[in-house]
Design a protein around this ligand. Sequence first.
Ligand code: DP6
Length: 332
Amino acid sequence: MNQSVTALAHPNIALIKYWGNRDHKLRLPSNGSISMNLAALETRSTVMFLPDLRADELILNGKPQKGAALSRVKDFMEVIRNSSGICGYAHIVSHNNFPASAGLASSASAFAALAVAGAAACGLDYSEKQLSRLARRGSGSAARSIPGGFVEWLGAPTDEGSYAFSIALADHWELWDCVALVSQTTKQTGSTEGHLLANTSMLQPARVSDAPRRLDLCRSAILHQDFAALAELIELDSHMLHAVMLTSRPSLLYWEPSSVSVMKAIASWRRQGIEAAFTLDAGPNVHVICTAAHAQIVTQKLKDIPGVAEVLASPVGEGARIIRRSEISNTI
Ligand code: DP6
């Protein structure tokens, strides 16, 4: 009897960023990274392997997918099939509770949920470490959405060694990510394409070789709940990422004028005693990491900045997990 398995996963925001790969196919990153999961945002994915299908199918937010989105998922399902050796093609239904237009990277939660649901539906009884390695094959940052809370992904040079684990659980420190959604005028280059350009920047070797130091400082700031140390570090790490992007060939400029307005505002709020710090991924939205005590005021103040269209606020989230399993007959 086949199974239908539904899994839930949260996206994560990197505090120390992943940019560039040692191996693009296996998504072995050039450096380790640290992130926290975002509880308020989620992807739910249901996977069922059906004997009558001639190819994998993907319904995303109610719409059947084709083209690049489907072929990326097909490649990922092939990894699962090769590991189990028994499964046919899959019918996948996936839903995000955050708008696609928000420009938030959904690949982390998407591939984490797909790894958990897909492996279980295929009968693979995987550990957290194995699921993290599997999710990594779909999207590097998805490796970090498997474990809960504050998570470190090892930048090891081998498939076996490059997985993520919790460094502290979600309730260890009440931090929030208030994401300032900034209206965008240009189409951004996706992360997968961006990773390919990282080594064209002369600054990438400096960013990568200093990563172990930043990872140590970040781990320690999290474990000691030292907000001042964390703030300084994540802003530095974000700037190092964007320095590499800006100096790649071709150059990648993700910031919009209002991204810069938000960054400047945060510096002045911090001087006034508000515990908030920014970090930006491959897009113009500004993730404002703050303590729970300041999340409301930060959200309010962000909404007042011209160019900020909306603010999504989230506390730290758990890891990816199965939320439903049911037997299905072979005649669906
Ligand atoms: C800037 O994990 O989205 O957000 O592996 O190609 O899916 P793919 O890339 P992705 O890259 C994330 C890049 C980043 C930094 C980070 O999340 O660490």
